[in-house]
Design a protein around this ligand. Sequence first.
Ligand SMILES: Nc1ncnc2c1ncn2[C@@H]1O[C@H](COP(=O)(O)OP(=O)(O)OP(=O)(O)O)[C@@H](O)[C@H]1O
Ligand SMILES: [Mg+2]
Length: 226
Amino acid sequence: MQQPRATTPSLKISHLFKDFGAVEVLRNVSFSLTGGTSVVITGPSGSGKSTLLHIIGTLEEPSNGIVEINNTNPFTLSEPELAAYRNSVIGFVFQEHHLLPQYSVLENVLIPTLAFKQDANATQRAHQLIRRVGLADRMSHRPGQLSGGERQRVAIARALINQPNILLCDEPTGNLDTATTETIANLLFELHNAEKNMLIVVTHNLALASRFDRHLQLTDGACMES
Ligand SMILES: Nc1ncnc2c1ncn2[C@@H]1O[C@H](COP(=O)(O)OP(=O)(O)OP(=O)(O)O)[C@@H](O)[C@H]1O
Ligand SMILES: [Mg+2]
């Protein structure tokens, strides 16, 4: 398995605001996280959970406030620097797997490594991760030939291929049945413990929420720790 990264992950959100025109989504959100901690974010539909996750994942810029990831404000970087930063520091798992249908499981997992030209160990790491998520015998299957839970396992392997400090998951089990949800949750925690990354998961599933070190609740764009 991969060696844990030398850098201890850290995330500091200070007085974060986000609006989309007249819609104020996040209002003065502040919190700090350090180390290989696990965090769940819950809140009603429309409360800004995905927006917050997209900002942490540097996919969306805040309207105001400061985000520091590993003591760097990613939004001060140029666009190419930011893309490289995102690709190496952040892993993202969405509710929809977003796998490329024309590529195999192995190829999908390798896609985030293509930006790094001299990554000789990538294929070996991809094989290890695919084995780790229990899909060793599905290496050359296409996403269309997999079950929903299997596709999500591929998405998790893809998110971890560059050994990100921070793994962000937006309702990763939202489309799955109870038994598959349990399997995927167990897998996320197993890999989180092995990789020592920071795990941040948005979920509506309260049974899942109780398994995390910390619990942030969003209500009307305000964030409280419970
Ligand atoms: N790109 C956008 N442009 C305009 N409004 C947006 C945009 N993205 C999100 N919003 C609005 O921001 C609010 C929060 O959306 P967000 O997707 O963060 O909610 P959520 O908590 O993830 O909800 P859900 O549980 O349904 O996924 C919503 O009212 C939404 O309509
Ligand atoms: Mg959402």
